[in-house]
Design a protein around this ligand. Sequence first.
Ligand code: ATP
Ligand code: ZN
Length: 223
Amino acid sequence: MKPRDRLRIAMQKSGRLTEPALELLNRCGLTFRQSRDKLFCFGEGEPVDLLLVRDDDIPGLIAQGVCDLGIVGRNVLSEFQLTAGTEAAPLAEWRKLGFGRCRLSLAVPQDLNYELPGQLEGMRIATSYPGLLGDWLARQGVKAGVVTLAGSVEIAPRLGTADLICDLVQSGGTLVANQLREADVLLESEAVLAGPAVLPTDERGDMIDLLLKRLDGVIQVRE
Ligand code: ATP
Ligand code: ZN
């Protein structure tokens, strides 16, 4: 395959991270021509293009070399790192970006009096993050059942398919609406710039260096 001479950055097509990610790239001096299919956006000034995809696909696209960098939640990046297997190219978090903040937390029904992870022994926990939850349980030395669900995790306790959940929390409003209470935090998350653990040393590597420098300027100004 012919090496690409333009840098390709993956970001969320439509969701919480879309607007702030685009704004950040704009502030780094990158602007894009809106393409009709909105999967691919051609960069106007610098040789940097965008790929607009589901956030869950971003780490895999970087690992496969389809994209050079991605803007994605630490929760999604870490889950990929824990579940991708050893044959996938290792990824790294190159910068934290200061938006999309949330926590991956345990949430329990109001009547479950949670104090210590040890209490979870033998319980069933519903989550979309089996890698992160499994890793945390192992570090706590707790054996619990992990029920993997793609969505609507917060209704699992009411349906009786799990005793508690492990899900993303921002304000806690969704939990309250489902009679759940945040009980423990597994991961503090925010949007990050993800890339390969080893950056390329060709012209694309030079472009990545330039982008990282500009990002540092922009992030510093904002802090
Ligand atoms: P898609 O898979 O279609 O790209 P999604 O539904 O998985 O979209 P969003 O709900 O837009 O994605 O969330 C994207 C990211 O925003 C999450 O992975 C997480 O890092 C961050 N985030 C911040 N607050 C929350 C929250 N309250 N709930 C879910 N994600 C949040
Ligand atoms: Zn998603």
